[in-house]
Design a protein around this ligand. Structure first.
Ligand code: ADP
Ligand code: ZN
Length: 727
């Protein structure tokens, strides 16, 4: 008589499942998705039952006990996590664990703390002295952030160590107030559905049909900035709620979208629907509470950033991914899933439509539409009067390179201030991958193999490709115009704020970036001051391009568009197009806006198309480039990053795997090894190997083969499938 066997994903860094015998006494209660305790070596580990089957249980140990009566994960979510763990090559137990709140996955029941502290790593290369300190810091760095209550589970008495790490500048610490959720604390005015424009109505009717059909259907809602995508989301969700199902709304970054949350609350709370907002400011206790409420079916709409894709809704009737082109949907470390892609998969498993929305869809989504795999719904006009702003490209070639703000932009700024209107200035600073640019004609240097901008290495005095490691010595004179002003670009631009202050001493200037918004409430404060017209000029990174409607802004200036256009990344043009289109959309929401973009490449199609807000021309040119070079979406990538202390050791490991992979004789292209753009990170040297395949199965086969290779001691290897940021 075959016995009952459970295949279990244990919460440990292991990719495979482990089989255990299920004792008679548990036969009636054990189910897939359930949390269990199992003997593992000399320890006991918790884990999740992935599957139950009958077979020979010879030599199998017994499941020790069930963690709870109810399964922790519903079937659809369980399948989603297992699929993602396999696809992104991440330990399955850890993948499942990231779908669960801390506290559920350990055997000991926990009391939620009333107040808690959140620790975040600061960017420093050094390591702390003590080994215990290093251990705690490494844990927080790999988790991205961690609360005191979580750290108490992982380490014994971590408080003193944490305090020392904060003192020495390795960590920042924020207090988390338990009961004052900034998103749900204040009451909001209720509002009513707006009468839809013709285009909105057409999109809505199509979505309504799909909601009623209650089956998987993928949609792309492509609508220019200000076209009223949110109103379409709201009215479609209302249909979902009428069906007794729930809505799941993903946003790129919850802290940047208080307005969107407010609109959902205004529309649905008065009608008695309950909304949960999942954001990183929640303490473990709060997260645990929301998770339970959602799983119990008490919540009708969940709004959250990427990890909300794992929210335990019982019967989602629609999944929305707003600003689907945003790279923050991809987790950059550890479990490197892309929530946008998982949303489509979850929609299939839950049998519900999935709606991706953007003014500048990712090339991948547009490609799916072109291939007939996704249905496109379009909003081509702004929802109310405000016409799209006038965009002008300013050619910087030949202007004095030390002058960051061109004369035209200066004059327009002066006129805007004189008229009592506000200004947004976008400036991207990615100081770590400088490139060489001719100040006379705008010439830059690209890799002849990969077509990405070559990075300038000042010490070694050479230009280098971060994909294939092609190198060249920079010429003395520009090959384009024979000029002698080849300057490194892309270094820090902190000096900008100073320059603006000197040019406009009477203006009230504020800056918005990671540094000025790291403490709680800082971001909201700047936003409020913009609304109240207490700021004349807001300078900032791409943060200012997102999520806000500032009615007083009449001018948007883009200072260093070339820094985006020349990121050492095949998606540089896509990023530039999308960033510039989005930021341009911030101007003149109430009409009469103006946008000035400074650039050395005024003829570049990404800038020209952004100026025209012309997505389809951009797509046509960009997809041709991707197809010619086999880049996604016309090909498939995986990036293998080696890291360790000691450059020679890391390089040797990378070269050894390269040789091993070449010997496999696969048709997958192997680029590198070459240094990562951020070569040194947290004291480690980093080298990457990029795999480029025409077909997905080829890539998977080669990665499976790479699993057999033995990693030398002292070097770590992380695999990034469908990488987005290769820094
Ligand atoms: P998007 O998300 O597409 O950039 P929003 O949804 O933020 O655009 O809408 C832009 C503005 O247009 C908002 O102020 C919104 O209230 C308004 N709006 C949207 N739909 C309509 C409509 N049908 N009639 C009038 N105003 C609308
Ligand atoms: Zn190259």
């Amino acid at each position: 008589m075959p016995e009952l066997i459970a295949d279990i994903a244990v919460f440990a860094p292991l990719r495979q499942l482990f089989s255990y015998r299920v004792d008679e006494s548990l036969h009636d209660s054990i189910r897939a998705g359930q949390g269990v305790l199992v003997p593992f070596g000399r320890r006991r580990l918790s884990g999740i039952v992935v599957a139950l089957r009958r077979g020979s249980a010879e030599r199998l140990k017994d499941v020790a006990e069930l963690l709870a009566e109810e399964p922790l994960l519903e079937q659809a979510l369980l399948e989603l996590c297992c699929w993602a763990a396999d696809y992104y090559r991440y330990p399955v137990g850890m993948a499942l664990r990231s779908a669960l709140p801390a506290g559920l996955t350990s055997a000991a029941p926990r009391v939620a703390a009333l107040s808690d502290s959140l620790y975040r790593p600061l960017e420093v290369a050094e390591q702390p002295r003590g080994s215990k300190q290093r251990e705690v810091l490494d844990f927080i760095r790999s988790a991205g952030e961690a609360s005191l209550s979580l750290l108490r589970d992982e380490f014994s008495a971590p408080h003193a160590i944490l305090e020392r790490l904060v003192e020495q500048g390795f960590l920042s610490k924020t207090r988390i107030e338990k009961l004052r959720d900034p998103f749900l604390a204040d009451p909001v005015k209720t509002d009513q559905p707006l009468p839809l424009t013709e285009e909105q109505q057409a999109a809505f009717e199509r979505l309504q049909q799909a909601v009623l059909a209650a089956d998987f259907a993928p949609f792309l809602l492509q609508g220019v900035t200000g076209s009223g995508k949110t109103e379409v989301y709201l009215q479609t969700i209302a249909e979902v709620l009428k069906q007794g199902r729930q809505g799941l709304v993903l946003v790129p970054e919850i802290a940047l979208t208080p307005q969107l949350v407010g609109r959902f609350r205004a529309r649905f709370e008065a009608a008695g629907y309950r909304i949960a907002v999942l954001h990183s400011g929640l303490s473990d206790g709060e997260r645990f509470d929301s998770w339970r409420q959602i799983a119990r079916g008490d919540i009708h709409i969940v709004i959250g950033a990427r990890s909300a894709i794992f929210a335990p809704l019982q019967n989602p009737g629609l999944i929305i991914v707003d600003e689907e082109h945003e790279s923050s949907y991809k987790q950059g470390e550890g479990f490197r899933y892309n929530a946008r892609d998982l949303a489509l998969l979850r929609g299939q498993k839950e049998r519900c439509p999935v709606l991706l929305g953007s003014a500048t869809p990712s090339l991948g989504s547009a490609y799916r539409c072109a291939a007939g795999q996704m249905e496109k719904l379009e909003l081509t006009r702004r929802a109310h009067a405000g016409a799209l702003p006038k965009v002008q490209l300013i050619n910087l070639s030949g202007q004095p390179p030390e002058q960051l703000i061109s004369t035209e932009l200066q004059e327009t700024m002066a006129a805007t201030l004189a008229a009592g209107r506000q200004i947004l200035l976008l400036l991207n600073r990615r100081g770590f991958s400088p490139f060489l640019l001719c100040a006379d004609c705008g010439q830059t240097f690209r890799c002849p193999n990969c077509e990405i901008t070559l990075t300038y290495h000042q010490k070694a005095q050479h230009l280098r490709c971060h994909y294939c490691d092609y190198r060249m010595t920079p010429p003395v004179a520009c090959p384009g115009c024979e000029g002698h002003q080849l300057n490194p670009e892309g270094f820090g631009t902190e000096r900008l704020e100073q320059e603006i202050a000197e040019l406009f001493p009477a203006a009230r200037i504020a800056r918005m970036d990671r540094d000025t918004t790291s403490h709680k409430g800082a971001h909201q404060k700047i936003v409020r001051e913009m609304f109240d017209a207490k700021i004349d000029i807001l300078v900032g990174t791409q943060m200012i391009a997102k999520g806000h409607d500032f009615p007083g802004v009449a001018l948007v200036g883009v200072l260093a568009s070339d820094a985006v256009l020349n990121l050492p990344d095949f998606r540089a043009a896509e990023r530039a197009f999308s960033l510039l289109t989005q930021v341009a959309g911030r101007a003149g929401r109430t009409g009469g806006g103006q946008v000035l973009i400074q650039t050395y490449s005024p003829d570049h199609y990404a800038l020209q198309c952004a100026a025209e807000q012309d997505y389809s021309s951009f797509y046509a040119q960009e997809i041709q480039f991707r197809q010619e070079l086999g880049y996604p979406p016309a090909g498939y990538l995986a990036n293998l990053v080696f890291a360790g202390i000691g450059e020679a050791k890391v390089l040797k490991a990378a070269e050894s795997l390269t040789a091993y992979l070449i010997a496999a004789g696969s048709s997958v292209e192997i680029l590198g090894p070459s240094p990562c753009p951020l070569f040194r990170l947290r004291g480690k040297s980093r080298i990457q190997l990029l795999l480029k395949a025409e077909k997905r199965p080829q890539l998977k086969r080669l990665l499976d083969y790479a699993d057999q290779w033995k990693l030398p001691a002292g070097v770590s290897l992380s695999v990034d499938v469908d990488p987005l940021d290769m820094f």
